[in-house]
Design a protein around this ligand. Sequence first.
Ligand code: F6R
Length: 646
Amino acid sequence: MTKMHDVFLTQKERIPVAVFDSSKEVNAAVASEIAKLIRERAAAGKKAVLGLATGSTPTGVYAELVRMHQDEGLSFANVVTFNLDEYYPMQPHELQSYRRFMNEHLFDHVDIDPANVHIPDGTVDIERVYDHCADYERAIDEAGGVDIQLLGIGRTGHIGFNEPGSPKTSVTRLITLDRTTRLDAAGDFFGEENVPRRAITMGVATILKARRLVMMAFGEGKAKVVAQAVEGPMVESVSASFLQDHPNAQVMLDSAASAALTRSMTPWVLGPVPWDKQRIKQAVIWLARKVDKPILKLTEEDYNENFLQDLLAEHGPAYDINIRIFREMQNTITGWPGGKPDARKRPGDISRPNDHIFPKRVICFSPHPDDDVISMGGTLIRLADQGHDVHIAYQVSGNLAVFDEDAIRFADFARDFNRMFGIDDSKTADIEQHIEAVLKGKQPGQVDSPQVQQLKGLIRRGEAKAGAKAAGVPEDHCHFLDLPFYETGTVRKAELSDADTQIIVKLLREVKPHQIYAAGDLSDPHGTHRVCLAAIMRAIDEVKAEDWFKGCEVWLYRGAWQEWEPEKIEMAVPLSPSELMRKRNAIFKHESQKDKAMFPGSDKREFWQRAEDRNRGTAQVYDKLGLAEYEAIEGFVQWDGESMFT
Ligand code: F6R
């Protein structure tokens, strides 16, 4: 794309935005800007003052800075830091404390002078908070002000903890956290009820005083609020929008977080764009939905009156474009996700390269024990019903998401069961006692002992087997991988290692699948799904040259949270009303996640409701575009073999 092109693409953006292919590139760019500042200041015998953020977004920058310290001798001896915020009340050693977070991610690994580190103190008495905040402001001024302030953006649009309603003039203070923010933090605290209600945060005015602001955001989940902050009006309800008023602010995004910006969603409204196959499809679907017509009824006027004159001029007439996109969409629909065996084909059936192989060996990788049935339960049912050899590989144990009360219930059951049938429990008595003692005396947020973690993992394993069975997949086809990266007992996970990859490689070589299904939440930067997908991609990289892998299809489904955009869906598997009920029944087997899940996100619906709404929603989109009307549809995108994690 030409420079000219970029200029008009950014017309609606009120803060400079840079979009990168991956979060890794953003991290490298931000870390090198910080390193440059530190080095320049050191050379001049001066200090560099950094404003730092916590949360999942900046961890990659910190990792890169640590690497630069270790490999390139980047010294932090001249660095002074001020963090944005801290929960209140909060002890510094606690798992969720931002002081501990900063120590673990950065300070413990570099040569910074602890006296130069400033983080709001979550332990000060309530009567002293006001003075503490005033002292914090003064300390920033005395240090000469912040040179570069790193920012993330919360789903409420907050920077720091400046929740909706924070004025532009606000300074460091005690605030009450918004419900959405507390829900987002619920995972870190093992339940929303344990999340502190308050926090101390730098104010909007404090943040705007910094000489340079760098706001990063990654993943689909941030796309909407990023667009509001960047393209919307400057309002107190989205405190990140105040960056529009800063002379030296920069927003750094991965492509997923940029998805709701006009330049990504509807670039043609900004000016002429090059029309490739994918963009034409995107535009036609957008147009049909905008004017509320099926694709085949779109007219020349519809194109002309809705910013698509050049598309029409280059590729028209309207009917030709319509029919092409209609056919493309129609070809995505198949009730035979494993391919239709040649013997059963009728004229007009869609052909896929491996149709002649029947039955197919299929592996569905499920990051958590319930993602398989939530995200592609209907497709699993179809694959199993159609006679394919379906395996499910559960990647992590999911033990973290089991409530203590359920663990106690199962421990009680095991004890009563043993007693009822006179089973010698001398070997297990210690474990029972341990579990009871630990769970009953547990503090909120305390990490479970290994035994309790195992018990919780076992509960989810039982549910997974029952769910798989309900979808028609037998127990001996369920593989529990318990990938080591997950088993830390805390929300913070270990780095993906070769041990994780090798477990998957082994399974792939054993099953030699013709089809692989995996959760394709591509850009959630630190979420388990993304790590699980990275592990699969690495494993595939290792086996891809082997004979059996040739022609193996890899299909990506979306996790419990989001659906593929209609223009991206390459395989749409329709579900009948009764298949949808069977899918619901399979999801119901995950009792520990029913009614109330440990990590519900901000969505109040249960997982089965979200899945049904989503699948029905996709079917409605297809229907409204003029394709067949189904009860529900599960959508998939085929992996093109490029690594998404370079
Ligand atoms: C963190 C902070 C917050 C986060 C924001 C995004 O110190 O002040 O504003 O930056 O909540 O959090 P993550 O990065 O976890 O999505």
